[in-house]
Design a protein. Sequence first.
Length: 580
Amino acid sequence: MSHSPLKTVLARSGLASPEQWDAWNRAWRAATESGGTETRVAFMAREAGWSEDVFLQKLASALGWAHVELKGVTVPAELFKRISTKTAFQHSVLPVSEEGGVLRVAVSDPFDPSMLGAVQFEAAGPVEFLLAPKAEIEKSLKKYYGVGAETLDEMAEDEPVELELGDNREITGDDQEASVIKFVNQVIWEAFKDRATDIHFEPSEDDLRIRYRIDGILHQTPLPPQIKRYQAALISRIKVMSGMNIAEKRLPQDGRINVRIKNEEIDIRVSTVPTVWGESVSLRLLTRGKIFFGLEKLGFDASTESVIREIIVKPHGIFLVTGPTGSGKSTSLYAFLSAINSVTKRIITIEDPVEYELRGINQIPVRSDIGLTFAVGLRHILRQDPNVVMVGEIRDLETAEIAIRASLTGHLVFSTLHTNDAPSAFTRLIDMGIEPFLVASSVEAVMAQRLVRTICKHCATRQKVDRQYLIKAGFPPGEIDATAFMKGQGCEECRQLGYQGRLGIHELMVVSESIRPMVMNRAPASTLGQAARAAGMRTLREDGWRKVKAGITTIEEVLRVTQTEEHVKGLLGDEKGGPA
């Protein structure tokens, strides 16, 4: 199909006059030569004032081709042998189906003769071209061929090699090692684009699985079937990037990678552990910058936020934030520090690692390899005349003792603990070996928190829920009829999950004069919790129900983070009464 007949077709269909076609073509070529990456179709659609999909539909009608919605298409596996991975990714084409010996292929740019020729050559038979947006084709390519499939195709030209210790030779574009680098970069890039917080490389007997943790939930990444073949090279590349000893495969190792993605500094913590099928590698992605949530954006209701603002301006005492790993404790502490940060207060932190950089605050990273632990750092911080101290985590008796001594000598201390709820923080400190009277006199408040996934705004819809199910789950019976329960149906914006983003639910326990004697008498956490609730404390689940009533999250999500696993299964597995 030459440009001359195309020009005629476009003019006859009213899509573009011959003069417009020539002008668009010249402008697109100039933009491409200047480094532009926009496809010709996308460029023309924008010039014509249409979206790419609408332009393609009109173009399909003009050419007599079909327009295809790839969202609902399932591609048979045998078709991937008809179009090579290299051609599919290089030209953004996807084999869709085969009917009567004719291979139907989705393309995004019918003006590219090299693409049309490459597809017809590889198909080795009749081809019917369909039109679809490039972004949709690329999304389907990753789904069916796997992330980084085109890179593995390059690597397949040679036998897989493993980077050796001390191998400092220059890597060129033709080296297989350059393809290894490209593949690892692609995995990190895809994780960043999907808002993942963790990447896990998990070897098994005949496969290498890569999973991303997005909004707290693990999702498996589609990969090419030959990925296992390159396991050793990929893991060695990650170890080289993070400064590990690539010759040591029998012991766990820790490392760190600093990368820049879209002008954002990303700090990646890397951990390897040996397994029976090779080393398992975990990468934790942390944004190193000034991007963090303010106190008003953490999901507090007005009354809770007001109480917190009163506590964080006190001259002394300890404010603890509790919850499991990944529940947003550090983000809350940063928000507290940001809210009170001023030139009149000297604020010093010791963290492992420093996740966000705050202007005007002295932040110390833990360096256990040279003896700079939480306890050692905290001891020296107190000689620096601070007003406010933040300790990343109270892990041991020594750190706890120094933190309590600091609070009793006129310092406001923020820190975290790993407990399931707020009342359990007192029993945890006492179990560590702290005297109950010291705990009672130093701790001002404890806040437990969890992160719930929020309903995708693009596909939110009403949800019908059985009344008995709600009562069984603990939802207030008197508020059921007045609540419009919502859920996400699933769309392209949220990867068909129905959720996008996360928000905190909180349990704030303020230590009152009636609770202090109970702490000194070693009252159990359940007794402390009852007293706190009588004084007005709202539990995690109760705060979760408030988010459900506001249409922010779902019943299932609140139950997932506030119940035991067995209880959740019992509730969600009830087919007679669960959500519709």
